[in-house]
Write a protein that binds this ligand. Structure first.
Ligand code: PRX
Length: 636
């Protein structure tokens, strides 16, 4: 048991939680990783996975910052997530428990999932999909999204999942950038009792760029949809064909071969395609899940994220299956039909570990304690949080009302780029509400000033990472220069590669990290990552708008909300109706999550002399704060 010497509001874990956890001695593991980073990961990789051929080099830094892990090894993540389990007693273990929003249920054992993935992979292979080809997946939260991702990986094709809450232009841009050959979608998805018309959105996106040869459509919501002859095929029809063979060979991949790309918003310009690989990602995601969420054979793990974001990729699809765990996936909204839907799911499926985002907790907290109190939540032994800083009030509610003051909360800080948890408690770690606590073993980080020098305790600075890790992104697909300039140029010095996270943080006197938020033009709305550039370009794509600037401002429920400032074209009347039209337009082009909360019409936008919008100034004005140094401001 740790000595009770930490400062501030601290929650110490119960002794049995520590002694029963997979890694009871964090300090010892951290020390082992620090004294020999490559050796630490080498041992984990050797002991926990099947490799077709071993590696000759654990960590290759010779082309840094293009780090490589397990170089020379051959594997396939799907071999480790499925194929190897069906040779063991886990064959008939439940891999996925699924519940649809209308209440329908399905379960898939490892054996069944393996067969389904084989069938989808055989279909894709028959369509000509080969190693290295890109496949766009745009679906709701149904088991087929997991099947589709694994089917691509089994063939060595690179999946590019576009979150089902994104819309026409966002989807089109991602399909075009990835040069996808095949797309997989659903007719629709259920959300709050309504249908999200995924196929219609896909049609419109493909209309703007006809590069996709085939679209596979999974029937979910059942309404009439257009099927383009020669291009679109129903999945259930394909399954009736002999090509849908459940036996499909798993492609032998280099550890460093690409597994997927996932677009994420960056500082400027178009979204970046983060690239992850078969080997390092497999090792990193599953090791962090086993260590932090203490996964055991009899757990029911529920990561309530969407498979379309990195949280879902790593901790719904890949890591739990690699560990042979049982996961729950739920299709719809947490409050449908009533605000106790989630708590009912926990009770009925006996969920033991729940991992979600602060915005969801705050949203459910609003409805009061009576909703969770109607349900037996005693199965829960661990809780998790991700996506944005959790405010202490929400943390305490989650801990008391949901965790019954027993279940520790793992507040995990990480990013699409990092692939897995980077700053996180473990069950043994004393917790401070609002702090993600300490770096995962082997991860070294710092909080630095403009010059890259460490700042004193409790001062805000840039959060940087100073060691490579196996699940780190390898590059930006199609744009390696941007990978170097975005992440590595700002702080690397004296031959040392330093990764810039884009976040600011403080480190307190106990070494605990308090992440404050983004320092770039990324806005986190309800934990979703959005870029100002994408929203601004949607606004100026409307015929009435000449120029637009958007910022995030703090919001109690959503973390941040979007405020837009627009300069209208000559002769256009600034009306409240037009503001609404523009909000809807962003919703249609980018997605409902990107809709600005307000649209304000202005005559000018603060810009630098080189013409860049000074969002810092807009933000200061919106919050009534000091506008700071305006010496670079362009005169009106
Ligand atoms: O600002 C940090 C915030 O989310 C960003 C990464 O977003 P994304 O790539 O969409 O990945 C989200 C899920 C891994 C980070 O730069 N963030 C993520 N987790 C936390 C967080 N901020 C504070 N505390 C966290 N636990």
């Amino acid at each position: 048991m740790a000595e009770r010497t930490l400062n501030g509001e601290v929650y110490y874990p119960a002794e049995d939680i520590v002694s029963n956890s997979n890694v009871p001695d964090r300090a010892a593991v951290t020390q082992a990783a620090e004294s020999d980073l490559a050796g630490f990961w080498n041992q984990i990789a050797e002991e926990n996975y099947e490799w077709f051929e071993p590696w000759h080099t654990t960590l290759d830094s010779s082309e840094a910052p293009f780090f490589k892990w397990f170089v020379g090894a051959k594997t396939n993540i799907v071999h480790n997530a499925l194929d190897r389990h069906i040779k063991t007693w886990r064959r008939n273990k439940v891999a996925l428990i699924w519940e649809g929003e209308p209440g329908d249920r399905r379960t898939l054992t490892y054996h069944q999932l393996h067969r389904q993935v084989g069938r989808m992979a055989s279909v894709l292979r028959a369509m000509g999909v080969r190693k290295g080809d890109r496949v766009t997946i745009y679906m709701g939260r149904v088991p087929e999204i997991v099947i589709a991702m694994l089917a691509c990986a089994k063939l060595g094709a690179i999946h590019s999942v576009v979150y089902g809450g994104f819309s026409v232009e966002a989807l089109h841009g991602r399909i075009e950038d990835s040069h996808s050959k095949v797309a997989i979608t659903c007719d629709g998805a259920w959300l709050r009792g309504n249908i999200v018309p995924l196929k219609d959105i896909m049609d419109e996106a493909l209309h703007r760029s006809p590069t996709v040869q085939n679209v596979i459509v999974v029937k979910r919501t059942g309404q009439e949809v257009h099927m383009e002859p020669g291009r679109d095929l129903w999945y259930h029809d394909l399954l009736n064909l002999p090509i849908a063979d459940p036996y499909c060979e798993t492609e032998v991949m280099d550890a460093e071969d690409p597994l997927f790309i996932l677009y994420t918003s960056g500082t400027t310009g178009r979204p970046k395609a983060i690239l992850h690989t078969h080997g390092g990602y497999m090792v990193g995601t599953s090791t962090t899940l086993r260590t932090v969420f203490d996964i055991k054979e009899d757990d029911v793990w529920w990561c309530a994220a969407d498979p379309g974001w990195i949280t879902g990729h790593s901790y719904i699809v890949y890591a739990p299956l690699i560990l042979g765990a049982t996961s729950l996936m739920y299709e719809g909204a947490p409050t449908h039909p009533f605000p106790d839907r989630w708590w009912k799911l926990v009770e009925e499926h006996g969920v033991t570990i729940l991992y979600t985002a602060p915005t969801a907790i705050r949203g459910l907290m609003r409805f009061g304690e009576s909703w969770p109190e109607r349900h037996d939540l005693s199965s829960l032994r661990l809780l998790g949080s991700v996506g944005e800083p959790i405010n202490p009030e929400a943390w305490r509610w989650y801990h008391r009302v949901i965790g019954k003051e027993r279940a520790p909360i793992m507040d995990t800080w990480w990013q699409t780029e990092t692939g897995n948890f980077m700053i996180t408690p473990m069950p043994e770690t004393p917790l401070k509400p609002g702090s993600a606590s300490l770096a995962f073993p082997g991860v070294k980080l710092d909080v630095v000033d403009e010059e890259g020098d460490p700042v004193p305790a409790n001062e805000e600075g840039y959060l940087v990472i100073t060691t490579p890790w196996p699940a780190m992104m390898r590059t930006l697909f199609g744009d390696p220069d941007r990978y170097v300039s975005t992440y590595w140029e700002r702080f690397s010095k004296d031959g040392e590669w330093i990764y810039m996270t884009g976040d600011s943080a403080k480190r307190d006197e106990d070494g605990y990290i308090w992440v404050i938020g983004r320092v770039d033009d990324v806005i986190k709305v309800s934990g979703y990552r959005l870029g100002t550039a994408e929203i601004e370009s949607a606004l100026v794509s409307h015929p009435t708008v000449a120029e637009a600037g958007v910022i995030g401002v703090p919001d109690e429920l959503k973390g941040n909300i979007i405020k837009a400032y627009c300069i209208l074209r000559q002769g256009i009347e600034p009306t409240a109706k037009l503001a609404d039209t523009l909000r809807e337009h962003v919703g249609y082009e980018v997605g409902p999550i990107a809709k600005p909360a307000t649209v304000e019409f202005v005559n000018s936008l603060p810009k630098t002399r080189s013409g860049k919008i000074m969002r810092r100034v807009l933000r200061a004005r919106a919050l009534g704060q000091d506008e700071g140094d305006l010496s670079t401001l362009q005169p009106d």
